[in-house]
Design a protein around this ligand. Structure first.
Ligand code: PMP
Length: 406
């Protein structure tokens, strides 16, 4: 089956808009995706007709909202093939999910001088939460190095695991700066062989390939709704039920309790134990149609199409002299990071923007990775299922024009 691209594009209204009087060419999908029409309609309908707080009301709208919100949990359970719906914790996004694991898992499972492994290519949200918690208990955060192509250095990873005391490995499934697709199934199995748990940062994979938590056998997995055509400010943490049961709550407040007295509180069951306070109700309700869209479209088909886009763009950009692609791993998702001799990425980004082409420039919240490649920033084009080869041609033309200007 192939993607019906015109039909897909018609489902993303923002593709119609212009920027600087030019048709928008949106190539910043790794930062955030455009919103599917059904998501926009669900949000509009919620705020127009259905506003009420959920989980604790007996009136019609509260119950209606609770049902809709909880249906999203079922959809995510299906999407991830999780064993139980109580393994799906709703959060504010990937960052919040990773902070939850760090704040709850680390004090409980990691001791002084134990090790948490992260790789050089991690996003800051998969670095800083571990540092904050490790510092408190004098545990160590160590780096899994990467190769010049931007792959995990597997031998070095195994050596680090063999050194012992590794309690947790946390790694991106797909790098937001390089596009490298890490062979996490293998890395999870290696971690488990050495007695370590494994947390997957799936922020960049969830809308681009099938993620099956039982097949991967990961212990935790985090992602954000806004990178999968859904609302901003909403996200998910998957955790194995037994582990989540054993972990203390992340935050205290309404909804996460069973009985509260001034002296002591007992906690609600999973998943609510980790969901304190009124959640982003509209965000949760708005995510369901995005998941339905992903499932209907078929993640295998999406992956194939996006690979075609990436290969095409890589070939075209390599034809431009002075351009150096950063991240040349064999297994790559639809991210194309590059630098150009004598041109600052920021200037390139600005000149492309004037031509209607939205790319991202900077360190992409991956400063250790920038240091590894000896650059302060890159320009990054990232593709989604609604992009086309024609758009890539326009991007390449705009890039050539910008380079002639600089
Ligand atoms: N990890 C990766 C790999 C990402 O790309 C991002 C977003 N750029 C994050 C984590 C953080 O996601 P959020 O800002 O949605 O919490």
């Amino acid at each position: 089956m192939a993607l019906e691209i015109d039909n897909i594009r018609n489902q993303f209204p923002q593709l119609e808009r212009k920027v600087h009087d030019r048709p928008l060419i949106y190539l910043d999908n790794a930062a955030s995706t455009l919103k599917h029409i059904s998501v926009i309609e669900a949000l509009n309908n919620h705020y127009t007709n259905d506003v009420a707080n959920i989980h604790r009301g007996v009136h019609y709208l509260s119950e209606h909202g609770t049902i809709q919100y909880e249906q999203t949990r079922d959809s995510i359970q299906d999407l991830l093939n999780a064993e139980s719906r109580c393994e799906i914790i709703f959060t504010k996004g990937t960052t919040d999910s990773l902070n939850l694991v760090a704040a709850s898992f680390v004090p409980h499972y990691v001791k002084k001088d134990d090790v948490i492994l992260i790789s050089t290519m991690e996003h800051h949200s998969n670095i800083v939460p571990w540092q904050i918690q490790a510092e408190k208990i004098e545990a160590k955060v160590k780096e899994i190095p990467i190769t010049d192509d931007g792959d995990i250095d597997e031998e070095a990873y195994i050596e680090l695991l063999k050194e012992g005391n590794v309690k947790l490995v946390s790694m991106a499934h797909i790098s937001n700066s390089l596009g490298t697709i890490n062979d996490i199934k293998k890395y999870i199995s290696l971690a488990h062989d050495h007695g370590a748990y494994f947390c997957v940062d799936a922020a960049q994979s969830i809308a681009h390939e099938k993620v099956d938590v039982q097949d991967l056998n990961c212990d935790f997995l985090a992602f954000s709704s806004h990178k999968m055509f859904g609302p901003t400010g909403f996200g998910v943490l998957y955790g194995k039920e037994k582990l989540l049961e054993s972990m203390p709550p992340y935050q205290g407040g309404g909804d996460m309790i069973d009985v509260v007295t001034i002296e002591k509180t007992t906690y609600n069951e999973l998943p609510h134990k980790f969901e304190a306070g009124t959640p982003h109700i509209a965000g949760g309700i708005g995510l369901k149609p995005a998941i339905d869209f992903l499932i209907d479209t078929d993640l295998n088909v999406i992956k194939r199409y996006e690979k075609e886009l990436l290969d095409y763009a890589t070939q075209k950009i390599n034809e431009i002299e002075k351009v150096q692609v950063i991240g040349t791993a064999k297994q790559k998702a639809s991210v194309l990071s590059f630098v150009v001799d004598g041109a600052h990425p920021h200037d390139l980004g600005t000149l492309l923007d004037r031509q209607g082409v939205a790319i991202r420039t900077g360190h992409h919240c991956t400063q250790p990775l920038m240091k590894r490649f000896n650059v302060s920033a890159t320009a990054r084009a990232s593709f989604s299922l609604y992009n086309t080869k024609e758009e890539i041609d326009i991007f390449i033309k705009a890039l050539n024009k910008a380079l002639n200007f600089l």
